[in-house]
Design a protein around this ligand. Structure first.
Ligand SMILES: O=C(O)[C@H](CS(=O)(=O)O)OP(=O)(O)O
Length: 244
C-alpha cells in the first residue's frame, strides 16, 4: 500500500500551493493560540470557537453566553475580558464553559484553511504533541502541517513543532517535501535544548516585552496539555476528540 504524504507549509501565504481537500490540516501556532486552545480543552472547556475577527467574537460570545477572549499583537483586545494566555484557563475557571477566541495569527490561519476546502482540521502545539502524532498515525488522510508564522512571515517555533511531528512520524508517511526535511533536521539538532533555542526567536522577544516568559516556557513543554482539538464544521467549534 502506498504511504500517505506529509507536507509542511511554512507561512499562511503558501497555503494555497497545497491540496487540502484530502488532508488533515494541523494548524500550528505555538506562541500562543494553539497552546491556549489545547490548555482550555484539556482543562474541561466544552468547546473553543476560533473566529478571525473581533466583532464576530463579541457577537458569538453574547449569543452563546460564552467566555470571549482575544488579542492582537500580544495584548488583550479592548472590550474582551480575557486574552490568549494558557495561564488564564485553569480548570477552576474554564471547566464546563465555552470559549470564543480570536488571535493575530492562529485563528486567522484556521479560517483560511476552512475557506480553502480543508478536509479535516486539528490544532497542535508542543503541549499536545503526543495526541497530535497518535491521531495522525491512525487517521487515513494525508497530512499538512500548517505553520501560522507571524503576520505571514516564517517563524522558528511553529517550524520546530512541525519538525517534532515529522520526526515522530517519519516511518509512517512519505515526506517528499524540503520544508518538512528542514523542519525535521532543525528539531533533531535542537530537541535537547528547545527552551534555549526558542529564546532566540523574534516572537519570544516580542512577547517577553509583555512579561510573558512563563507562558512561552509552558508553550514549549511537550505533553503539558494532552488533548486532541478537532474542528467540527457543523458547530464551527474545536472540541476534545477521542483518538481511536
Ligand atoms: O498572543 C500571542 O501569543 C500572539 C501574539 S502576536 O500577535 O503574534 O505578537 O498571537 P497568536 O495569534 O497566538 O500568534
Amino acid at each position: 500500500m502506498e504511504k500517505r504524504t506529509l507536507h509542511t507549509v511554512l507561512s499562511p501565504r503558501l497555503l494555497d500551493l497545497y491540496t487540502l481537500s484530502d488532508a488533515t490540516i494541523v494548524i500550528i501556532d505555538v506562541f500562543r493560540a494553539t497552546s491556549t486552545i489545547a490548555t482550555a480543552l484539556s482543562h474541561g472547556a466544552t468547546a473553543v470557537f476560533p473566529v478571525a475577527d473581533v466583532e464576530k467574537c463579541k457577537q458569538l460570545g453574547a449569543e452563546l453566553n460564552a467566555i470571549t477572549a482575544g488579542e492582537r499583537n500580544g495584548q488583550v483586545i479592548e472590550g474582551l475580558l480575557h486574552g490568549n494566555s494558557p495561564a488564564e484557563y485553569p480548570s477552576t475557571f474554564i471547566d464546563g464553559k465555552q470559549l470564543v477566541l480570536t488571535t493575530t495569527n492562529g485563528t486567522k490561519l484556521l479560517k483560511m484553511a476552512l475557506d480553502q476546502g480543508a478536509a479535516q482540521i486539528i490544532t497542535g502545539s508542543f503541549v499536545n504533541l503526543g495526541s497530535v502524532c497518535q491521531f495522525l498515525e491512525k487517521s487515513q488522510k494525508n497530512v499538512i502541517l500548517a505553520c501560522s508564522g507571524w503576520k505571514d512571515r516564517f517563524n522558528l517555533e511553529d517550524t520546530l513543532f512541525a519538525g517534532a511531528v515529522a520526526d515522530q512520524l517519519s516511518e509512517k508517511f512519505a515526506m517528499n517535501c524540503d520544508s518538512t526535511l528542514m523542519a525535521k533536521q532543525m528539531y533533531q539538532l535542537h530537541k535537547e535544548d528547545m527552551t534555549n533555542f526558542i529564546r532566540n526567536t523574534s516572537h519570544w522577544h516580542r512577547l517577553k516585552a509583555f512579561g510573558l516568559e512563563k507562558d512561552l516556557e509552558f508553550c514549549v513543554t511537550p505533553g503539558a496539555a494532552e488533548v486532541l482539538p478537532l474542528y467540527n464544521p457543523k458547530t464551527a467549534a474545536l472540541t476534545a476528540a477521542a483518538i481511536s
